[in-house]
Structures are given as structure tokens and as C-alpha cells.
Design a protein. Structure first.
Length: 399
């Protein structure tokens, strides 16, 4: 009986201790999560702030960038002539990579596949005559190129925050978010900053009660404001042109690059699976949609810039050398080259980014290139385009 009482007492003490720690975490992270798990007001306010300041910001959560990007695109559309589509692999494309005088908005969104990008581009082509150039990634590395696309008549307009109902987040989702490792680490970092602040009360109010942090300056002089507490004060988010800063991520080192490439070529990697499952053939209707879009843009005096996003130097070569991925990847490249030649289209082939001079330090992982790498890629492209007066159809890369 004494043993049972001791076990009960021990369990009660442990539960009370856990509750004493977890309940404040739940309460404080619940306050933060109320605005982080989908908030239309935050989208509107972040968009309005960026429009007024041309600064760096984002509306939470970073895992769902469509509402914020849509709000920004709607605001910018009357004054832009170039739109970049696609997923986060294209977020390193900045306005400075285009001709002088171009007005560009990078509408790339987290997890946005080629099928959705095509529908978005079709909407812009049909409704925005002032837009003269559409930039579309053919992202095979993440499998987007191999996914089937819908009817060419499909359209996907950028959503307005005012049109969207507030996100319905269940209690279980709120608990899961509040106790997730990034949220807990972020909470203790915030509490440490509050304790160290000259005015802890003011610091607590700014972190837990204000919709956004105070304005501050990034290293390049750009103004910034954070509408979430994750990555606060790091200049993480989107620039006025829609490109991402990737400030929350570390560049790839040479040692890490070798490890990433070794992991990418194994048969179970996402890159290998995308190739082997598709056998290297683009998804149904994808090429037909691209052809129709290019034809429609040409008919009105515009054009479509197709490109294969840069990959970590050495990655594509390694996949071309691996027995299980060599054939499907070679087939993808040959099919795209033949298709583009037949339709007098040029595809900027940046997969082997080392051909353009990119280094591992200009990536944050295997397939997310920083603006520095994209600057090298586009510099080669424009230089060769000017020198030749028109690049040959098919896949383009420096010889």
C-alpha cells in the first residue's frame, strides 16, 4: 500500500510539474497563434504597409503565402508588365534581373505547382493586357512538371482577402501549433528578449499583444515590419517586388552540399521518385497549355519566358549519372528540347547551375536558389540574347 501511495504521489508531482510548464506555454503560444493561423486582417494590413513603404514583410503563416501574394498582386497589377509564377523555387527572382524599366512582381507561392501556375498565368493573359511577359518555371525536380494539368480554359484569379472567410482552426490544431518545436523555441526566445528589455512590460506588449512588431531597418537599409513573431527582427519575408529574402535560412556549405547531393540521388529521395514514377514524361495537357499560353501572348505582342529552376551545383549531373534516374531525366530533357524546338520556344535550362557560375553558397538547400544565383543565370541569358539577336529554340544554357 505504501508503494502504491508513493507511485501515486510521484505521478501527481510529475503531472503537476508538466502542467505548470505546459499551461503557460499553451496560454502564451495561444495568444501568438490567434493571429498566426490564418488572419485576413493581418494580410490586409501587411499588404497596405508594404504598399506605403516598399519594405520587407509578410503575413503569417509562411506556409500559406497565397493570400498575401494575391493581395500584393492585385495592388500592383495596374503598374506592372511582368509576372513571375511558380513555387518557392522561383522566389529568388527579383525585379533587378530584368531589363531596365521593367516592372516585375514575383507571384511565386509556397508549394504552388505548375498546374496552378498555368491557370494563374492564363487569367493574367486574358484580363491584364498591360502585362507583356509571363515567367513560368518547369520544375521537374519537385515533380510539378509531371503532374497533370486541367482544361486550358481554367483560370485561377488572385484571391482578395475581403472575399475569403476567416480560417476555421480547430482546438486540436491550435494545441498542435502551440506545442510545436518551432513555436516553443520561439516563445522562449521572445521571453528571454522581454526579460532583457529596458522596459519588460513594453516588450511583452509588443511581442504578445500587438498585431505586428515595430518598424526596423535591414542591413541594406530597407524598412521592415514583422506580422508574426517567428523570425522577428531578421528581415525574413518578401520584398516589394515579391521576391523572398530567405533571411531565416543558412546558405549551403561545401561540406553540406556533398551530403545533400548524396541523399538526393538515392532511389527513395523525392527527386528520384518524381523521375522514376513519371518515367520522365510531362503530365497530361501540360505542354498543350504552355503552347496555347505562349501563342496567346505572342498574338498580343508579349511573350512567355520558360525556365527550369537552378539546382544545387552538381545535383543534376549526379542524377544524370545515377542508374535509376539517368534515363527518365534524360527523357525529360529530350522531350522538352524537341517540343520547344518544334514551337520556336526557348527554355532557359538552369538545372546545372554551375554552368552559369553559381556556387553552393548561393543556395539554402538542394532546390532553392538565392537571388545571387538567379542573377548569374539571367545575366548569361540576356547577354547571349543580345549577342545573337535571338536564342535558338530548345533548351538554352551556356556552352
Amino acid at each position: 500500500m505504501d508503494d502504491a501511495r508513493r507511485h501515486f504521489t510521484y505521478a501527481a508531482i510529475m503531472l503537476a510539474t508538466m502542467a505548470g510548464v505546459m499551461l503557460p506555454v499553451l496560454a502564451l503560444n495561444g495568444m501568438l497563434g490567434a493571429r498566426s493561423l490564418g488572419n485576413g486582417a493581418a494580410v490586409r494590413h501587411a499588404s497596405a504597409w508594404q504598399q506605403a513603404t516598399h519594405g520587407i514583410t509578410y503575413a503569417p503563416p509562411l506556409s500559406n503565402t497565397r493570400p498575401f501574394k494575391s493581395a500584393r498582386l492585385r495592388e500592383r497589377l495596374p503598374a506592372i508588365d511582368t509576372v513571375v509564377f511558380g513555387s518557392s523555387t522561383a522566389m529568388g527572382i527579383t525585379q533587378g534581373l530584368f531589363r531596365e524599366g521593367a516592372s516585375v512582381y514575383n507571384f511565386a507561392q509556397t508549394g504552388n505547382g505548375l498546374a496552378a501556375a498555368l491557370a494563374e498565368a492564363r487569367y493574367i493573359e486574358r484580363t491584364q493586357p498591360q502585362v507583356r511577359k509571363l515567367v513560368i518555371p518547369l520544375d521537374w525536380a519537385l515533380g510539378f512538371l509531371y503532374e497533370p494539368a486541367g482544361d486550358i480554359a481554367g483560370e485561377l484569379a488572385p484571391a482578395s482577402p475581403d472575399d475569403e472567410a476567416p480560417a476555421q482552426v480547430s482546438l486540436a490544431q491550435q494545441f498542435q501549433d502551440a506545442l510545436s518545436l518551432p513555436r516553443v523555441k520561439n516563445l522562449f526566445s521572445l521571453l528571454k528578449d522581454v526579460v532583457r528589455a529596458p522596459s519588460p512590460a513594453a516588450a511583452f506588449r509588443a511581442a504578445f499583444l500587438q498585431e505586428a512588431g515595430d518598424d526596423y531597418r535591414c542591413a541594406d537599409g530597407s524598412p521592415a515590419r514583422d506580422y508574426d513573431t517567428i523570425f522577428r527582427g531578421t528581415c525574413t519575408g518578401f520584398r516589394f517586388d515579391g521576391s523572398a529574402t530567405f533571411a531565416n535560412l543558412e546558405p549551403v556549405t561545401r561540406q553540406r552540399a556533398a551530403s545533400l547531393i548524396a541523399g538526393a540521388v538515392v532511389a527513395s529521395s523525392k527527386y528520384a521518385l518524381a523521375l522514376t514514377r513519371s518515367r520522365g514524361a510531362p503530365g497530361g495537357n501540360v505542354l498543350l497549355q504552355l503552347e496555347a499560353l505562349a501563342r496567346a501572348m505572342r498574338a498580343r505582342g508579349g511573350d512567355v519566358l520558360l525556365f527550369m529552376p537552378p539546382l544545387l551545383p552538381g545535383l543534376e549531373r549526379a542524377l544524370l549519372a545515377a542508374p535509376h534516374t539517368a534515363t527518365p531525366l534524360a527523357r525529360t530533357r529530350q522531350l522538352l528540347d524537341d517540343w520547344a524546338r518544334a514551337r520556336r520556344l526557348t527554355i532557359l535550362d538552369a538545372g546545372q547551375s554551375e554552368r552559369f557560375g553559381c556556387t553552393s553558397g548561393e543556395f539554402v538547400d538542394e532546390h532553392h536558389a538565392l537571388p545571387a544565383c538567379y542573377a548569374r543565370v539571367f545575366a548569361h541569358y540576356w547577354q547571349d540574347l543580345r549577342a545573337t539577336g535571338g536564342l535558338r529554340a530548345g533548351l538554352y544554357h551556356p556552352d
